[in-house]
Design a protein around this ligand. Structure first.
Ligand SMILES: Cc1cc2nc3c(=O)[nH]c(=O)nc-3n(C[C@H](O)[C@H](O)[C@H](O)COP(=O)(O)OP(=O)(O)OC[C@H]3O[C@@H](n4cnc5c(N)ncnc54)[C@H](O)[C@@H]3O)c2cc1C
Length: 417
């Protein structure tokens, strides 16, 4: 049996930050990680480049987390993107800001971020133990007094920080253990759902378009016939459906609608830059100028190659018809389809492919100023285990770092009392 002031469960973004901060304030800290090395998920973030934060202002950050964004205000007010960038600079990891305010390490290596954090926590005196899955919280008289790693390995402490992440990409170690640990002391778990997740669509359209990436399109989400959300940018077709930045961004609303049994349709606007009137004028001009060309040849100027056979099938104009023979109704059908290419959503991919987990420990049961549990003394929670999920763009890692920093500080101070 060992004894520490602070035990941190999980050496991901939130856990490494919490442990480093607690130790910096003099807390004797033990960091327990169940995998054979720390930061496995961090290593694959940002396609291996780690988009560690965003330079967006605080008010914008908060809106990126939907209804629960307000919970993060205190954490962001105390340790935000500028402080994070300064810390990494100090740790020898200079950063660069790219399109959309996304911040990456200059090296483009997520590994460097993990190595720097591990080096930092060790230098501050944190004891890091890998292959140490926490199975149980030790509770005495309503107070958390340590953790049990295996039947005969018990670590006692003044405080415990749960930083076990969510349930997505479980191969990285984030298998949802934290929900069970928090539940054991009475915390409510808001039902967890995959978020920032690819969507499955009906029929053979997506498989036929597999690999096709569309830029500068708008995607609108229709739920039971009502427009509910919209995003502009890039999307991708896969063998099962659709993915890419704007699909992931819209997936939160789609997953929730599907789960409540509603019918979800995606409408893709392939000609975002042209309104109906200007698109019609463009079609008329093309049909006039190339009257002798066949319909399918004409489409080459309008659509990516892979989309042409799909367009022909869905619009129902014979591919060999000469342009000058295309009727006004057929032109209208084409125009409508180009602005409103519909795909029926049948489902979403699982946690295995979800960038993050929505749902988690109910934030009403956690003090936003300290990340302390309101239910069990000595317990703190940080990172994705909480019911907070944000957009892509560095927002989720900043939330993990900010809540980790706050929890580490509060736990060390509490233990030192
Ligand atoms: C493919 C992918 C790319 C992403 N890219 C980005 C990006 O570029 N920018 C961004 O902001 N966000 C990104 N995210 C999201 C981001 O990675 C997470 O939001 C963030 O890692 C959450 O941090 P965390 O510390 O809460 O959890 P995690 O990073 O998941 O860490 C939790 C740790 O706890 C350990 N653990 C779990 N259970 C136990 C236990 N019982 N005992 C001991 N240890 C345990 C796990 O092994 C893990 O190491 C990405 C996610 C994925 C999957």
């Amino acid at each position: 049996m060992t004894r520490h002031q602070v035990i941190v469960v999980g050496a991901g973004a939130a856990g490494l930050m919490a442990a480093g901060r607690a130790a910096e304030l003099g807390g004797e800290t033990l960091l327990l990680e169940k995998m054979n090395r720390p930061g496995r998920k961090l290593c694959i973030t940002g396609k291996g480049r780690c988009n560690l934060t965003n330079v967006a202002p605080l008010s914008d950050f908060i809106t990126r987390f939907g209804p629960n964004g307000q919970f993060l205000r205190q954490a962001f007010s105390r340790f935000f993107s500028a402080e994070l960038v300064a810390l990494f600079e100090e740790l020898g990891v200079p950063t660069v800001t790219e399109r959309g305010g996304r911040v990456f390490p200059v090296s483009g290596q997520a590994r460097e971020v993990v190595d720097a954090l591990v080096h930092w926590v060790r230098k501050r005196g944190v004891t890091l133990r890998t292959r140490s899955p926490v199975e149980r919280l030790l509770v005495e008289g309503g107070r958390v007094v340590g953790v049990q790693v295996s039947p005969n390995r018990v670590h006692r402490s003044d405080t415990v920080i749960i930083a076990t992440g969510g349930a997505s990409y479980p191969a990285t170690g984030s298998t949802g253990d934290g929900y069970r640990l928090a539940q054991s002391v009475g915390h409510t778990i808001v039902p967890i759902r995959p978020a920032l997740v690819p969507l499955e669509t009906a029929g053979d359209i997506a498989p036929r378009l597999q690999g096709l990436s569309l830029r500068n399109v708008a995607v609108r989400v229709w739920v039971n016939g009502k427009k509910q959300a919209e995003a502009f940018g890039e999307m991708l077709f896969t063998h099962f459906g659709v993915s890419g930045p704007i699909i992931l961004a819209l997936s939160r609303q789609v997953v929730d609608a599907l789960r409540s049994g509603q019918r979800v349709t995606l409408s893709i606007d392939l000609k975002l830059a042209l309104d109906e009137r200007r698109l019609d004028a463009r079609l008329l001009r093309d049909l006039d100028a190339h009257g002798k060309q066949q319909f399918h040849t004409l489409l080459k100027d309008l659509l990516p190659r892979k989309l042409i056979p799909v367009c022909i099938d869905l619009v129902g104009i014979p591919p060999n018809r000469d342009a000058h023979q295309i009727t006004a109704q057929e032109r209208e059908r084409l125009r409508i389809w180009l602005k409103d290419f519909r795909l029926e959503v049948t489902g979403h991919r699982s946690f295995t492919e979800a960038i993050i987990t929505a749902g988690g420990v109910d934030t009403r049961e956690v003090d936003p100023r300290t990340m302390a549990s309101r239910l069990a003394e000595g317990l703190y929670l940080a990172g994705e285990v909480l019911d907070v999920d944000g957009d892509t763009g560095g927002f989720n890692l900043q939330a993990a770092f900010s809540t980790g920093w706050l929890a580490g500080r509060a736990a060390a101070r509490w233990a030192a009392r």
